[in-house]
Design a protein around this ligand. Sequence first.
Ligand SMILES: *Cc1c(COP(=O)(O)O)cnc(C)c1O
Length: 228
Amino acid sequence: MGVAINLQQYLSELEPQGCQLVAVSKTKPNELVLEAYEAGHRDFGENKVQDLVAKYEALPKDINWHMIGHLQRNKVKYLAPFVHLIHGIDTIKLLVEVNKEAEKNDRIIPCLLQVHIAEEETKFGLNNEEIHELMNSDRLNELTHVNISGLMGMATYTEDTDQIRKEFKSLKVLFEEIKSQYSFPNVEMNILSMGMSGDYKIAIEEGSNMVRIGTAIFGARNTPQPLI
Ligand SMILES: *Cc1c(COP(=O)(O)O)cnc(C)c1O
C-alpha cells in the first residue's frame, strides 16, 4: 500500500506552506491508519461518531482525532473525553452541549464553526449572518469549556474552479472579519479548515491553513459516502 508514500508527498507540499494536514480515514480500516501513524502522522479525521470512537479505542492514544462530520447533540458525550477538534459546529445549541460535556470531562474542547459556502442545499453550516448572530450571542461568554478556534467550510462539488475559488475567498474574508471583530477569552480564530482532495490547492491559495484529505491519501472509499 502506498499510504506512507502518499502522506509524505502531501506533507512535503503542505508543511512549507504552513498548512496542517488532517488525514481523513473514514471508512478505512485501522491497518491503514496505523500505516500513516507509523510514518509519523498524528492527525486523523472521521465523520461519524461511532467510527471515531471505535478507532480511538483500537488505535494509539496519542492520535489527534478530528470530528469532521455533522454532529448530533445526543452523541457529543461519546467523543467529549478525547476529541481533538470538532470541525462542524453549526448551532449555538450544539456548542452549549459540547461545552457541557467538556466540563464534565474537565476539558476545553477546540471547535470550528461550519460555514455554508457551497451552492448545494444539502451541506450543513451557518451563513454569514448566522455566524455573526452566534458570535453575538449572550451565551458565548458562559461557554468556558469550548474554544472557538476557527472556521470550516466545504466548497461546491464542481469542476468550476472559479466557483470553488470564490467560495473559499468568501470564507477567508469572513474568517478575518470574525477575528478582528470579536475578542472573547474563548475565541481564538487561528484555524481555517478548508480544502479536500479535489480542491486543496485552491483552498491553500485562498488562505487555508488546515486541509482535510481522504481519498488522495487512502484511496477511493470502500463504501459510498455522501460528502456531508
Ligand atoms: C470525506 C470528507 C473529506 C475528505 O474528502 P476527500 O475528497 O476524500 O479528500 C473532507 N472533509 C469532510 C467534511 C469530509 O466529510
